[in-house]
Design a binder for this molecule. Structure first.
Ligand SMILES: [Zn+2]
Length: 211
């Protein structure tokens, strides 16, 4: 029997495969703030959070503000024998690359600045369009990019590295934390909150209404 594309799309939109055991489930409307779990293995299938667009958009804008502050203001200052050395995120990576560590410098630049920036920018673009009811070009592609970039945003690893170096350097020089360090710490929490609260399925469903 020939099945029309529209019919096939409608069918697959109502089915969801469990990430744990591949069992197919039919998607049913859930009460607010409730979760659907796999009937076979108990893996979380989807959640119903009606405020996912507003919350994720607010978090993504907040994250972008923290990222800008983290890049503009001093990150750490080292004071030793009357000399103060002030670093920002960008000067830190430039110093790394000047010391024949171009690889780590590129990794730091990518995972702690460019990828979080791209991820947050893409989310703001897509979610703003959904909220305002606009259909912006490349929305789906950008949201897919944001989902792909999520595991590569490693701000917490970078922050952990900074804290370890601060503890080691504390014996040699006085360390003064800068505004950017606090902004970066806040960014780590904002990104974790996006991971926890964003419901990609609900956002895809809203984008389906574009066509
Ligand atoms: Zn399962």
């Amino acid at each position: 029997m020939m099945m029309s594309r529209r019919c096939l799309v409608a069918m697959t939109q109502t089915l969801i495969a469990c990430h744990g055991c591949d069992l197919l489930h039919r998607v049913r409307p859930l009460p607010e703030k409730s979760k659907a779990r796999c009937s076979r293995c108990g893996t979380l299938l989807y959640v119903h959070s009606p405020e996912t667009v507003n919350r994720t958009l607010a978090l993504a804008i907040t994250g972008l503000v923290f990222l800008v502050i983290a890049n503009l203001f001093p990150f750490l200052s080292l004071e030793s024998q009357g000399t103060v050395l002030e670093t920002t995120l960008i000067t830190g990576t430039i110093i790394l690359s000047q010391q024949s560590m171009a690889g780590p410098a590129i990794l730091v630049l990518l995972t702690s600045m460019l990828i979080p920036g791209l991820l947050l920018g893409a989310l703001v673009y897509v979610l703003w369009a959904i909220k305002r009811g606009y259909r912006l070009p490349a929305g789906r592609r950008l949201f897919r990019l944001a989902l792909t970039l999520r595991p590569w945003s490693m701000t917490e690893v970078f922050l952990l590295g900074i804290l370890v170096s601060v503890v080691k350097l504390a014996k040699m020089a006085a360390i003064i934390p800068g505004t950017a360090l606090f902004a970066f710490l806040a960014l780590v929490f904002v990104l974790a909150a996006i991971n926890a609260f964003m419901d990609p399925r609900a956002i895809w469903e809203k984008m389906d209404k574009w066509s």
